[in-house]
Design a protein. Structure first.
Length: 65
């Protein structure tokens, strides 16, 4: 498991914003999306739901904890 993927996920959760997390980690929006998508694929479960606000799924909450 790539720690950059985990770092990206934790930063998005902490800041509740993909755009703020990209700024904090100094990466592009597409890089952030790729990292989170790779983490989801590796774990085989959806970790979040995005509408107007980031919300973790049950699997995302377990992984974050």
């Amino acid at each position: 498991m790539n720690l950059r993927f985990v770092e990206a996920f934790r930063c998005v959760v902490a800041l509740k914003s993909v755009s703020r997390a990209t700024e904090k980690l100094f990466i592009t929006q597409s890089a952030m999306s790729s990292r989170i998508a790779a983490l989801k694929a590796e774990l085989g479960v959806p970790l979040d739901r995005r509408d107007k606000q980031i919300r973790l799924t049950a699997a995302g909450t377990r992984f974050h904890d």
